[in-house]
Design a binder for this molecule. Sequence first.
Ligand code: F6R
Length: 243
Amino acid sequence: YDNSKQGSLAIAQTIAALITSKQQESKPCVLGLATGSSPKLVYAELVRMHKEEGLSFRNVITFNLDEYYPIDADALQSYKRFMYTHLFNHVDMVASNIHIPDGSIPKEEVKSHCAAYEALIEQSGGIDLQILGIGNNGHIGFNEPGSTLFSKTRLITLDNSTRLANSFEFTNMSEVPRLAITMGISTILKAKKIVLMAWGPLKAPVVQQAVEGPVTDYVPASLLQQHDDVQFIMDTAAATELT
Ligand code: F6R
């Protein structure tokens, strides 16, 4: 796409079409969602479709990819807050259908929380459509380089490069959490369909590695080459290094 706006509108249309087709079959629509700057316009367009075109989210079940750990649910930087601010507060989602890893639980509960998150995804019938951004280091969710194909929802240590990239949201670098809870690579690859979005020139080198490079844990997004229904949606700036 020429720009991120056009690409975002296309992704929102894909999501809306899936929600509507599931509604016609009286089935739930299970979405895997991302945060960060990449999906903001997608969510804005979905909110517009809800308000102006009557797109309903009553049959939608969501699972977010990740959350900082530890973090208060109400903290300005929490991904829970991000999702309510950009999407959930503005559409007719059923509150109990919203699932976000909980960054505020005690450490001894994290393992069982992660196992329960995986089980809930399965019980919901699996993710129909997973939306992803991509980190400059190739991470998807917060699966940093070294995350394997078999990884599940778990507590991980954030790379310093990720903490630096996200530090603009915090007053200083030392306040960026060192840990996060993230769906694993295997969790992501179980989704029936995956759409990864990448905007801007900073993403161009990693997009090239993910799409045209070898399948390797060092570039977690390259592991998506193993899935048979993945789309990378880019603006021209993010696509410049593709051959
Ligand atoms: C966020 C997430 C991350 C981001 C990635 C890109 O839920 O899972 O993988 O998608 O860090 O972030 P932005 O979109 O801010 O460039």
